[in-house]
Design a protein around this ligand. Sequence first.
Ligand code: EPU
Length: 339
Amino acid sequence: MDIQENVDLLPFNTFHLSATARYFAVIRSISDAQHVFASEVFKKNEVLILGGGSNMLLTRDFNGLVIKNELKGINIVDESDANVMLKVQSGENWHGLVMHCVEKDLGGIENLSLIPGTVGAAPMQNIGAYGVEIEKVIHNVEAIELKTGHVRVFSKEECLFGYRESIFKQELKNQYFISSITLTLTKKDHQFNVSYGAIQDVLRERNVEKLTLRAVSDAIIFIRKSKLPDPDLIGNAGSFFKNPSVDFHFFSALKEKFPTVPSFPGEKNLIKIPAAWLIENCGWKGKTLENIGVHKHQALVLVNYGGGEGKKIWQLAQDIQRSVKEKFHIDLHAEVNVI
Ligand code: EPU
């Protein structure tokens, strides 16, 4: 396995941004990973680990080592009458895994259909959609310590999952390389989560009487396709910002001034406000600035129509943050990693 030099990252990020990596290595096995972590190039340079490149904004060339994760494999490691424990290597495509599980009738991740990116990135930010977060099915996460090359298994509790958060984004940021995850999935008596209004609407329109993993997954794929731009066609990284949370007093005052503001229960008794609503109500939805902009169907998604620059997208993001702050006195925080 060799380390390449001066590689364009354009094919490796869903925003389709061009940026040069000074060094670039592809990892296809644990021993590849340990080999790279022991190399001089690794020890002397800033390191960026790349999964599907679906949650990052490249605003500059990367004068360090980019590691592309290509660890593959999906295996049953334990099984009972009711459940399966599935160990999945971190370089697998997330949606590919969801489709594998739907085909094998293994329940638990069907609501997370069509989320771009790799399996390794999923616990990193506790991916979630349509009422389900990955923490619900995580049994453990196996990771390699970059400094020592040692493999460590993190129990679900040790991962400290929160809304788009985990220990790997906080205390242990840039210290571990996630090599695999093990999920507990149901073989029968699946617990469907179709509380999200839009899912119910689609299932009703399709006259689905008996819920199946396939029906739920298909409904979610349909909803996502109708609202979110396909990164193969229009560069984007999904939700650019996290949905902010505010306390009850702040929310009451806000609601008085803006009676139509939507809200959802958040963590720790806080109230979550859709960032998309705040952005739309500052007039940004559908706005285009040359070849970048704010998506016309989902104000939380920034887009690169082709040939856009990461720096300009970041400028746009900061302009959005400023106007939301001015109008609503709320800070929006980026959900994507800005490099
Ligand atoms: N809304 C607007 N304008 C818009 C879009 C939405 O006002 O342009 C308001 C509506 O009131 C709507 C509410 O925002 O009811 C929520 O919108 P939506 O259901 O589309 O979800 P979201 O809060 O914008 C979150 C996740 C998505 C996930 C969806 C569905 C975050 C940051 N984003 O978006 O995750 O797919 O819920 O569960 O939590 C991602 O993380 O990349 C992502 C796409």
